[in-house]
Design a protein around this ligand. Structure first.
Ligand SMILES: NC(=O)c1ccc[n+]([C@@H]2O[C@H](COP(=O)([O-])OP(=O)(O)OC[C@H]3O[C@@H](n4cnc5c(N)ncnc54)[C@H](O)[C@@H]3O)[C@@H](O)[C@H]2O)c1
Length: 329
């Protein structure tokens, strides 16, 4: 199989590329990434010389992108502006990459008869007090990030209905694991705790998310790549949920640090209280999440302990410091 992966230098994309090249040594991958602040070539240093792997530095919004995509079976679109906090103070780039970028890729798939897999999120459904959303639940996004992802989902479905492009949409819950950019909740908590810095927690800390270890999500995407039915949406979740404050406490306990490091900060506007999704559809294809949260979290903490050079370069950059100042005012 010949696969185009966009956004492969980010967190989930880099884990997915490594997973695919290991599992299917004959598959060929073209990774297209603009290398925004979140894209990092170091995430794939160990496989950059693999003869089945090619990298192209390019924006998915560029119109001439199609010249570089010939003879591929499928595009898996991970490329996105992905951080909710940034979408609140800088929404326009989210609309550009997440909506227009997806549109550009869909146009290429239509023209060249290529399958398209959109990597989406459970955030498109919005908040749910009790119970869980299914794939046919209404979309009710609350912030510019989730609204741009929901728009991309609708465009993707429209290309299936109107032009018969073979699409799938994968909506997963929050991922965690190695190579996650340290602005995101779990790596921010881990790296701050390692450095004895305060752990900023929004509001009362009782915001609930479902968490999946990134390799379990990679396996889910693999299943859909091989067994997904055209035009279908698949939810992907561990179905394990926990309030943010409890995650912070678990991290501090693992590292032997005091809970005094926890600092409650002013809440994020439009903050969804709880996300929850059901994923019976993908389970019917033979997938289920395998990694227990405690084990996955311990593995992730150990990875950040061993890879301080990787995240310290990021955390001590001017742009990262300025982002933190804007976010946790
Ligand atoms: N991380 C999560 O918990 C999570 C959960 C559900 C869904 N998702 C979705 O999964 C995908 C990947 O998320 P992630 O956490 O790995 O994100 P990330 O921010 O770590 O990586 C995004 C990657 O996309 C690249 N990129 C951004 N704009 C681009 C553009 N215009 N052209 C080409 N490349 C561009 C960046 O350089 C980066 O390498 C996103 O679509 C996100 O919406 C993430």
């Amino acid at each position: 199989m010949k696969i185009v992966i966009t956004g492969g230098c980010g967190f989930i994309g880099s884990n997915f590329i490594r997973y695919i090249l290991e599992k299917y040594p004959s598959y060929k991958i073209l990774n297209i990434d603009k290398l925004t602040y979140a894209g990092n070539l170091e995430n794939l240093k160990d496989i950059e010389k693999n003869p089945n792997y090619k990298f192209l530095k390019k924006d998915i919004c560029e119109k001439d992108l199609e010249e570089f995509i010939d003879d591929y079976d499928v595009i898996v679109n991970f490329a996105a502006e992905s951080h909710v906090d940034r979408s609140i103070y800088q929404p326009e780039i989210f609309l550009k990459t997440d909506i227009l970028g997806t549109f550009n890729l869909l146009e290429i798939c239509k023209k060249k008869n290529i399958r398209f897999i959109q990597i989406s999120t459970d955030e498109v459904y919005g908040s749910i007090e009790k119970g869980s959303f299914e794939e046919n639940s209404n979309l009710n996004p609350s912030n510019p990030y989730s609204a741009s992802k929901a728009s991309a989902d609708l465009l993707t479905l429209s290309f299936f209905k109107t032009y018969k492009v073979g699409v799938n949409i994968i909506r997963s819950c929050n991922n965690y694991g190695p190579y996650q950019y340290p602005e995101k909740f779990i790596p921010l908590m881990i790296t701050n705790a390692i450095e004895n810095k305060k752990l900023p927690i929004y509001g009362d800390g009782l915001y609930i998310r479902e968490w999946i270890f990134v390799l379990d999500n990679c396996k889910a995407i693999d299943i859909i790549l091989h067994k997904g039915k055209e035009g279908e949406i698949y939810n992907v979740s561990s179905e394990f949920s926990i309030p943010n404050i409890e995650i912070a406490k678990k991290i501090l306990e693992y590292l032997g640090k005091s809970e005094d490091l926890i600092e409650f900060v002013k809440d994020r506007p439009g903050h969804d209280r709880r996300y929850s999704i059901k994923c019976e559809k993908i389970k019917k294809l033979g997938w289920s999440a395998e990694t227990d949260f405690e084990k996955g979290l311990a593995f992730t903490i150990e990875w950040y302990i061993k890879n301080k050079n990787w995240w310290r370069k990021i955390k001590y950059s001017k742009s990262f410091i300025s982002h933190l100042e804007k976010t946790y005012k």
